[in-house]
Design a protein around this ligand. Structure first.
Ligand SMILES: *Cc1c(COP(=O)(O)O)cnc(C)c1O
Length: 453
C-alpha cells in the first residue's frame, strides 16, 4: 500500500490539493487507502499507485461539489427550500460585500463613538414598513415563534385552535415548538371549525396568550370556520390576553394589482399589525424576499420583553444577514418591487413566460422538435401558498425523463427541472434573468445525448 504522504504530494494531485486544501486531501487519501486496504484484506489485488491517485482525485472533486454552489432553478417553485429559497436583490449583495470585506458599525454609533444596539436601523425600517411600533430580527421564523412563546408564555398556557396545529416542513411542528418553550398547549375547537367563543371559554388565570397560526401550505375546505383576525383581536383586548400570530410567509406588498393576483388571499403583515396583533412572526426569506431570517413585529413593550430574553442572544443574526436585509428594506422603501427577485418572479405574466419559452425553442433549432410549450402552474413553495400560479413552461418529450433530468443536472451550472405527466418540464418563472443561455446550453447537451433514442 502506498504511503499516505506520497499520495498526497503526488504531482498528479496538484489541482486537487489546490481545490480542497492539503489537510482535506490527507483525510480523503486516508479514506481511499482504507477502502483499498479492505479490498486487499478481502483477497483482492493491491492497487497500483495511479489507481489510488485517481480515486483520491475523484473523491476530492466530489467533496467540492457537495458544498452549496449555484444552480439554475427551472422547477417553477419560487421559494424552493432545498434550493435556498429567495434569491437576493443586487442591493443586498453590494451591501454584504461592503460590510463584510472590512469592519462595520455593527454595534457602534459612529456619531457618538459609543456602543449601539445591533440591528437597530434595520429593525426600525422593518417597523416603519409594517406599521408596527417595534421589530426584532432573529435567525429564522422558527426562532421567532420559539422566542415569542418562550418570553411570553413559559410555564403558562397558550390557547390555540385544533385547526392550526400544523407542521410546516423541515420539522417545524406547532405542538413541539410549544413544548420546547415550556408552555402548556390548550387546544380549542375542532380540526375544521373553531369559533371565538371556543377561545374565550378556554381563557383562565393561567393563560399567557392566544396563538394564531397561518396554516400556510394546506387548506381545510368544506364545512369550515375560523374566526377572523379582528374578532380574535377584540377578544384579546377585552380580556387583556396577548395575541401572537405566526404568519409564515411575510407578505408586505399591499397593492394588489393584477400582477399580484396570485397573492390576493395571502395575509399581509400590515393587516395583522392593524388588527391589533401584539406580536406577529414571519419569515424573511419567503414572500418577503430576503435572506434567511425571522421577524417579530408588534408593541414596543412586548418586543422589548423578547429582546431581553436570554434566548434572543442565542438566536441573533449576523452582520451579513443585516446587510442583506438592509438592501431589501431599501427596495421596499422605494416601492421598487421589481428589485426583489421573488416579487418580480411572482409578477411575470403568462405572456412574458411564453416569450421566453419560444426563445428557448428557437435557440434549440431542430432539436426543439422534441419539445412543446405547455400551460402549467408555478408554486410558491417554502410552505407559503397552497394554490399555484398560472404559468407557461417548456416540456421535453423523451423516453426516459429521469435520465434527461440527470443530464440537465450534470451541466455546469446544474439545471434543475421537474417531471410532470411523463414529460420533463422547465418553468421560466424561476429562471433568473441572464440564465436563459445556460438553460438552452444544458438542453442542447442533454438533447444531443438523446439523439437517436
Ligand atoms: C415557514 C413557516 C415557519 C418556519 O419559518 P422558517 O423561516 O423556515 O424558520 C413557521 N411557521 C409558518 C406558519 C411558516 O409558514
Amino acid at each position: 500500500m502506498p504511503k499516505i504522504d506520497k499520495v498526497v504530494e503526488a504531482p498528479e494531485l496538484d489541482e486537487s490539493r489546490a481545490l480542497v486544501g492539503r489537510q482535506a486531501l490527507v483525510a480523503i487519501a486516508r479514506d481511499v487507502l482504507g477502502h483499498f486496504r479492505s479490498r486487499v484484506r478481502a483477497g483482492g489485488a493491491a492497487p497500483a499507485f495511479t489507481e489510488v491517485v485517481d480515486s483520491v482525485r475523484t473523491a476530492a472533486l466530489r467533496r467540492r461539489e457537495t458544498a452549496p454552489r449555484r444552480v439554475v432553478n427551472a422547477t417553477g417553485v419560487l421559494l424552493h427550500t432545498n434550493l435556498g429559497r429567495a434569491p437576493l436583490p443586487a442591493a443586498s449583495l453590494e451591501r454584504i460585500a461592503r460590510v463584510a470585506s472590512g469592519y462595520s458599525s455593527l454595534e457602534y454609533d459612529v456619531e457618538t463613538g459609543e456602543r449601539s444596539r445591533r440591528g437597530v436601523s434595520v429593525e426600525s425600517a422593518l417597523a416603519t414598513l409594517t406599521g408596527a411600533e417595534s421589530a426584532l430580527v432573529v435567525n429564522n421564523n422558527a426562532a421567532a415563534v420559539l422566542l415569542a412563546l418562550t418570553a411570553v408564555a413559559r410555564g403558562r398556557e397558550v390557547v390555540v385552535s385544533r385547526g392550526e396545529l400544523v407542521e410546516i416542513g423541515g420539522g417545524f411542528r406547532i405542538p413541539e415548538v410549544l413544548e420546547r418553550s415550556n408552555a402548556t398547549m390548550v387546544e380549542v375547537g375542532t380540526t375544521n371549525r373553531t369559533r371565538v367563543e371556543d377561545y374565550e371559554r378556554a381563557l383562565t388565570a393561567q393563560t399567557a396568550c392566544i396563538l394564531r397560526v397561518h396554516p400556510s401550505n394546506f387548506v381545510i375546505s368544506g364545512f369550515t370556520e375560523r374566526p377572523n383576525l379582528a374578532a380574535l383581536a377584540e377578544l384579546s383586548r377585552r380580556r387583556g390576553v396577548p395575541l401572537i400570530e405566526d404568519l409564515g410567509g411575510g407578505l408586505v406588498v399591499e397593492s394588489f394589482d393584477d400582477a399580484f393576483a396570485s397573492l390576493r388571499h395571502e395575509p399581509t403583515v400590515q393587516a395583522s399589525v392593524r388588527a391589533g396583533v401584539d406580536l406577529t412572526c414571519f419569515s424573511l426569506d419567503k414572500l418577503f424576499g430576503g435572506p434567511q431570517g425571522g421577524a417579530i413585529v408588534g408593541g414596543a413593550s412586548f418586543v422589548d420583553r423578547l429582546r431581553k430574553d436570554p434566548l434572543a442572544r442565542a438566536l441573533r443574526v449576523d452582520k451579513l444577514t443585516l446587510a442583506a436585509l438592509d438592501g431589501v428594506l431599501d427596495a421596499y422603501a422605494r416601492r421598487d418591487h421589481d428589485a426583489i427577485p421573488v416579487l418580480r418572479q411572482l409578477r411575470a405574466t403568462p405572456a412574458m413566460l411564453e416569450d421566453r419559452v419560444e426563445a428557448w425553442r428557437a435557440a434549440l433549432g431542430e432539436r426543439a422538435e422534441r419539445t412543446s410549450r405547455v400551460v402549467t402552474v408555478s408554486e410558491t413553495g417554502g410552505g407559503t401558498l397552497s394554490g399555484g400560479i398560472p404559468s407557461v413552461a417548456l416540456a421535453v418529450h423523451v423516453p426516459s425523463p429521469d435520465d434527461f433530468t440527470k443530464r440537465l443536472r450534470e451541466h455546469e451550472p446544474p439545471v434543475i427541472a421537474r417531471i410532470d405527466n411523463g414529460a420533463v418540464v422547465l418553468d421560466p418563472r424561476t429562471v433568473l434573468p441572464g440564465e436563459d443561455d445556460e438553460v438552452v446550453s444544458a438542453l442542447q447537451a442533454a438533447l444531443e445525448s438523446f439523439d437517436g433514442e
